[in-house]
Design a protein around this ligand. Sequence first.
Ligand code: NAD
Length: 310
Amino acid sequence: MSENNTNGNSHLTEVTVLGTGVLGSQIVMQAAYAGKNVVAYDISQELLDKLPDRWEWMRGYYSTDVTGYTPELFDEAIARIRPSTDLADAVSGADVVIEAIPENLELKKQVWSQVGEAVPGHTILLTNSSSLRPSDFADATGHPDRFLALHFANLVWKFNTGEVMATPKTDRTVFDRTVAFAEEINLEAIPIRKEIPGYLLNSLLIPWLDAAAGLYVADAANPVDIDRDWKIATGAPSGPFEVFDTVGFNVSVNITRGNADATENQKKFADLLQERGIDKGRAGLGDGVGFYEYDAYGEIVRPNPDWEIY
Ligand code: NAD
């Protein structure tokens, strides 16, 4: 249950994650591995049937990236996960609902209004949206005082920031409890008290990715060489096209298509991501192929020749 105990630790034990795609599946495992009971909700049984494969994909990463990993701990986490395709059933016992459905404002409003009608009176309502303003759909939840953002980074177990961002209507206590919850699921909580489109990370990251995309559509250089330049000269571990692969092309395309002010270059790049990536099932690391081809451990094997200009 959700009462605070005398140590100030929250007892938010029952977690429901809406959407089991790239981020949702990672969030499910992050919470389950930290000991939470997790309901994984998606719109079809077919999608939920993919989860066991995702766990095995993640197990490879956990075994190398997570200190203290054991197969037993991972199996126990899997056993704490309950898949569901029934929304009311999925949220009716939740202390925390984390929404990771596609980045589409109308869809988020629609799903949140259904969730808002089915959740108990104490449930904290969190969105993982990357580019929409949480305040644009806070009222749709019916409980804007209990609604805010908890924004995960892709490869959650490793890049474990949790940006906690309030809307103007978020209750201060709910904000503080969300920060505590983020730490309970092994995130480094980053409190953002004023709503900023793109949080902290994406305010920095998106202009950088845009610049790389602009170089590519201007035929300046191959993606691998843009990445090499950035990595060698700055010491950064990844270049922008490796980051496009990690994020997954769907997110980039949705951000551009949802941006009324997108430039011609941004639109051209989004069309390329669609044609060469999404339409061919080669939309980044999650598919094993994006700008690069990956092995079963997510290591780069070679650049994908489809993207080479020269
Ligand atoms: P995705 O397309 O991989 O997954 C979305 C999931 O939502 C799919 O499993 C889909 O079946 C499900 N879904 C569709 N309609 C639904 C509905 N009505 N109810 C419940 N589930 C539904 O997308 P993603 O990359 O996981 O992104 C999800 C959210 O997380 C977005 O808001 C995105 O901005 C955010 N996010 C993504 C990343 C990233 O790197 N991919 C990082 C941080 C935040």
